[in-house]
Design a protein around this ligand. Structure first.
Ligand SMILES: C[S@@+](CC[C@H](N)C(=O)[O-])C[C@H]1O[C@@H](n2cnc3c(N)ncnc32)[C@H](O)[C@@H]1O
Length: 319
């Protein structure tokens, strides 16, 4: 969905009615491993007018669906279409979607711990710092065992090798060239080589490893697209699970599961420990591990929702 469908001339705005859901529910359902959605609360962050609910196979109950978006018009439209769902206008600044919004406005606290927070193609339109700020706030709104899943676009990834020879950035630039014949796609692509991430402003200015002109500025543009390589995003969120696109989409998925806090208590009866001792706890699945070191005589909170087994090794000397 393009921002010009929501701003600009009346003709441009009328175009939004032509926008269609493109399998957002099926996408997250697959990326999250087909969870049981029954009775689960879902926050569709940047959910626009609730395209997620338009998917015919959507298993989310309307009463437990919350949509939050900076576009008032989209929220109003969603509320009209799905009155049993919950619609929240979040008047936060976004350089293209809501340039009149309030910079840094905190995510409203709805008093709910969400089982799932989903954000499809939202952090593809915010600065890197905004992404971190919002992801941090959203994580704190998860229920125990909840999961936050959001998408991102890897500029160098080839999503459709059978039908399009280029990478995601090239595909995007070619779309912009349809309305801007002068756009030098090859030159922009050449500049993007090796970039860990990049921002594309108004489909014509590209900034490597930078938010571009929006850094520390509150200005407006018509389109703002940010791309991250999978490797870079994994570095940004080391605890996250990064998954390649599915269902013919071009977007990767980043899943952060609320850590099921486990308490590891060193029993003073089992061992008399002095301060030289440390205990390492490991939990892991699919090759990833969560580690925690504990000093003698203390307890520590650590966890991984993906953990299936825990092992402990005690090192050092005891007295
Ligand atoms: C490309 S659209 C995707 C809409 C929807 N998720 C979908 O898949 O159809 C990006 C959406 O993110 C919203 N958005 C941008 N910045 C936001 C923010 N800081 N908080 C909430 N929503 C935001 C926009 O208003 C827009 O509706």
């Amino acid at each position: 969905m393009e921002v010009h469908l929501w701003r600009g001339s009346a003709e441009q705005q009328a175009l939004r009615d032509q926008s269609r859901p493109s399998g957002q529910f099926a996408y997250f359902d697959k990326q999250l491993g087909h969870p049981n959605w029954e009775g689960k609360s879902v926050l569709d962050f940047g959910g626009n007018r609730g395209n997620l609910l338009l998917n015919p196979d959507c298993a989310i109950r309307h009463e437990q669906y919350y949509c939050m978006d900076v576009l008032r018009g989209a929220i109003d439209e969603g509320r009209e279409r799905f009155p049993k769902a919950h619609w929240i206008h979040y008047d936060r600044y976004n350089c293209s979607f809501n340039p009149e919004g309030i910079e840094g406005l905190p995510v409203p606290d709805l008093g709910i711990g969400f089982d799932f927070i989903l954000a499809f193609s939202v952090f593809t339109h915010t600065t890197r710092e905004e992404m971190h700020d919002l992801v941090g706030q959203l994580r704190s709104r998860l229920a125990p065992d909840g999961a936050l899943a959001f998408t991102f676009i890897d500029p160098h990834f080839r999503s459709w090798p059978e039908t399009h020879a280029g990478n995601n950035l090239q595909w995007r630039l070619e779309r912009f060239r349809e309305t801007n014949r002068c756009l030098d796609v090859d030159a922009l692509l050449a500049r993007s080589l090796g970039a860990a991430w990049c921002a594309l402003v108004d489909g014509s200015q590209i900034f490597m490893n930078s938010n571009g002109v929006w850094e520390n500025e509150a200005q407006a543009c018509m389109t703002y697209d940010v791309f991250y390589t999978a490797k870079f995003l994994q570095r940004e969120f080391p605890e996250a699970e990064i998954l390649p696109p599915v269902n013919g989409q071009m977007q990767h998925c980043c899943i952060i599961r609320e850590e099921r806090t486990r308490r590891c208590i060193i029993s003073s009866q089992r061992a008399s420990l002095n301060s030289l001792i440390s205990i390492n706890c490991w939990a892991g699945r699919r090759g990833r591990a969560a580690r925690c070191s504990i000093s003698a005589g203390t307890s520590a909170r650590f966890s991984s929702a993906q953990a299936t087994a825990w092992t402990m090794t005690i090192t050092g000397a005891s007295t």
